[in-house]
Design a protein around this ligand. Structure first.
Ligand SMILES: Cc1cc2nc3c(=O)[nH]c(=O)nc-3n(C[C@H](O)[C@H](O)[C@H](O)COP(=O)(O)O)c2cc1C
Length: 190
């Protein structure tokens, strides 16, 4: 796996090309593919955290599975994008399994390289209700913090059950400084 990519994208989607990955693809459309490394967690064979405390002594997970190939990219990327559907008010089980495996970084003060920004993209099927995305935000926020990202952003799209995310409906404005994301019709961006 190439570890010299500027942007690491991690998809915790179970469905290939579902709402969240369509949104992700739109979001990445202006990025240089040469700068991107995308990891689809559903294609990897990895365990959840076993709470073995093996990472208490040194900042590395002792488990030997496919995530070993992802850790170097996580440690060197400038920006990180996590994409997940909302499941039971939080990230998907697949994304949560990945986040739990960041425990080694949570435990240690790492000497991170210069980090740019981290972003999480969420879609939720329900029309929009209080705290629909709060759990996902909290889960990804602690992941970003554990990885040394201070500038964090979220994009949240509700109502995909009635109104599936349509490719091309993301309208990016002020991506540079202002970081305002809007959807052309309906939806809610933050
Ligand atoms: C197990 C499961 C749990 C879900 N829980 C929620 C939920 O708590 N809130 C919500 O708004 N949508 C929920 N949904 C709907 C998904 O978030 C929604 O369909 C999403 O857009 C799916 O993304 P995808 O097409 O990328 O898989 C759930 C779906 C599944 C399969």
């Amino acid at each position: 796996m190439e570890n010299d990519k500027k942007i690491l994208v991690v998809s915790g989607c179970l469905r290939k090309n579902g709402n969240t990955e369509r949104l992700l693809r739109d979001f990445l459309r202006d990025e240089d593919p040469e700068e991107l490394k995308t990891v689809y967690l559903r294609d990897l064979d990895f365990s959840g955290c076993l709470a073995c405390d093996g990472c208490l002594k040194k900042p590395a997970c002792v488990l030997k599975d496919d995530l070993r190939e992802v850790y170097p990219a996580l440690e060197t990327c400038q920006s990180l994008i996590l994409a997940s559907p909302i499941y039971f008010n939080g990230v998907s089980w697949l994304m949560k399994k990945f986040i739990d495996r960041l425990q080694a970084y949570f435990h240690h003060n790492m000497d991170w390289p210069r980090r740019d920004k981290a972003l999480a993209l969420f879609t939720g099927g329900a029309k929009g209700y209080k705290d629909q995305f709060t759990g996902g935000r909290l889960e990804t926020e602690i992941a970003f913090r554990s990885l040394g990202f201070e500038k964090n952003y979220w994009i949240q799209v509700p109502n995909t059950d009635q109104d599936p995310y349509e490719s091309g409906s993301l309208d990016l404005r002020g991506r540079g400084e202002k970081k305002i994301w809007t959807r052309k019709e309906g939806g809610l961006w933050e």
